[in-house]
Design a protein around this ligand. Structure first.
Ligand code: AMP
Ligand code: GLY
Length: 426
């Protein structure tokens, strides 16, 4: 089989690495990919939003399966474009990817189908949003409706801050048309857990849980990022939580999408908060998380290509999804100092060879390229995801931090407290 993966981050590196282990796969392409991905796939310089070029390429190379890693092309309808061209593709269609693409849509869906989430109101008119804030309880959360690289969520402590937030999103249009509509929702407290799942339209099978670290700095300080590291499984995702979510969140979401005529096939990423009143949905994503994929896929025991195909064919009920439950995984993101605001690129990366042949250690590339001497250089805010397994979460964390020291590049930055919550679980 020939497989094409669309995307260019650590998530796509993890997907490509896992797909390369499938006995069914002869050749993997990645568009546009990065220098690290080129170790397992042939990278082709086509952007993830260049749908016509992607389709043309898939036809020319007779690609058997295309896997979309990123949210933007999914929300933009890349799957529909591939299907219209008669090509086999993994991911939700545009009418289902809206689960991630519009927060107002997803909140309204949860309300209609009684799926637990924070109480909320939606607004298209800034004056009405301002009026609502006059009597609303603080702190409060504002969310731009559309995609905003994970940055369109504002947690406001005071009324003044919240009003400023409405101005930022709706009047200054900091996130463009993503702020045409906003969700204002109740502030919740609790632990966050990410749960990824495979969905075939009817059946949902969940993967091992994970906990992300979204803020840039130690102690959960600093700005929100795409994710600075994570661990899997989450010790806070207990059997009781799992049972509750299966009954009231996962299957009801898949059924709700079907009932709305928006059958969902692909990955649903459930962002959950474990509140005092039980688990509630913070957000849905329509793709693997980055770096959640990097900690979950190393322990997936199935052939991932078979699972992708079962989702497309509606035969997921026949798949026995298995994870290596005897091991845990931790990923520490090595970033370029200044991320997520301003950072330099082009620094030579040293030490990557230390991962070669070392079982249980992985280095997934988020933002790298080759310079004209053929050396790996930094090419993004998030640069590498250093990932390690261990017999326990603690051992995995030690291993990941040890491996993070093998790598050097100028302006290297990482959080030092990824997985600190593991100690609190004892
Ligand atoms: P989202 O993109 O919706 O997951 O929001 C990004 C982050 O903002 C989440 O991971 C939470 O840490 C925080 N957040 C979002 N919604 C709420 C909420 N209603 N209450 C408290 N924190 C929230
Ligand atoms: N790590 C969070 C995300 O992929 O959205």
């Amino acid at each position: 089989m020939k497989v094409l993966i669309v995307g260019s981050g650590g998530r796509e590196h993890a997907i490509a690495w896992k797909a390369a282990q499938s006995p069914k796969v002869d050749k993997i392409y990645c568009a546009p990919g990065n220098a690290g991905i080129s170790q397992v796939a042939e990278c082709v310089p086509i952007g993830a939003m260049e749908f016509d070029k992607l389709v043309e390429f898939a036809k020319e190379k007779e690609i058997d399966l295309t896997v979309i890693g990123m949210d933007d092309p999914l929300v933009g309808g890349v799957v529909d474009t591939f299907e219209e061209a008669g090509l086999r593709v993994f991911g939700p269609r545009k009418n289902a990817a809206i689960l991630e693409g519009s927060k107002a849509f997803s909140k309204n869906l949860m309300k209609k189908y009684h799926i637990p989430t924070a109480a909320y109101e939606t607004f298209r008119n800034p004056d009405e949003a301002m009026a609502y804030l006059e009597t609303a309880k603080m702190p409060i959360v504002l969310k731009a409706d559309g995609l905003a690289l994970g940055k369109g969520v504002l947690i406001c402590q005071t009324r003044e801050e919240a009003k400023e937030g409405v101005r930022t999103l709706m009047l200054d249009k900091k996130f463009g048309s993503a702020g045409d509509e906003i969700v204002i929702e109740e502030f919740m407290t609790g632990r966050e857990v990410s749960v990824l799942s495979f969905v075939d339209g009817n059946v949902v099978k969940i993967m091992s849980s994970a906990q992300d670290h979204k803020r840039a700095k130690d102690g959960d300080q600093g700005l929100n990022t795409g994710g600075m590291g994570n661990f899997s499984p989450s010790p806070f995702y207990t059997k009781e939580v799992d049972e509750f979510c299966k009954k009231y969140i996962y299957q009801p979401t898949v059924d709700a999408m079907k009932a709305e005529g928006r059958e969902f096939k692909g990955i649903i990423f459930f962002g959950l908060m474990l509140t005092e009143d039980g688990p509630k949905v913070l957000e849905y994503n329509a793709r693997f998380g980055d770096p959640e994929a990097q900690v979950v896929l190393p322990r997936l025991e199935n052939d991932i290509v078979e699972v992708f195909e079962a989702c497309i064919d509606g035969t997921l009920d026949q798949v026995d999804l298995k994870f290596d439950n005897d091991r845990a995984t931790v990923c520490v993101i090595l970033a370029s100092d200044g991320y997520p605001v301003e950072y330099k690129k082009g620094f030579v990366i040293e030490g990557l060879e230390k991962f070669e042949g070392r079982d249980g250690y992985y280095v997934f590339h988020s933002g790298t390229k080759f310079n004209d001497k053929g050396q790996f250089v930094t090419n993004g805010g998030r640069v590498l995801g250093v990932t390690a397994n261990g017999a326990s979460l603690k051992e995995a964390r030690e291993n990941a931090y040890r491996a993070a020291e093998w790598i050097s590049f100028e302006n290297k930055y990482m959080r030092h407290d990824i997985g600190k919550a593991i100690d609190e679980a004892e």
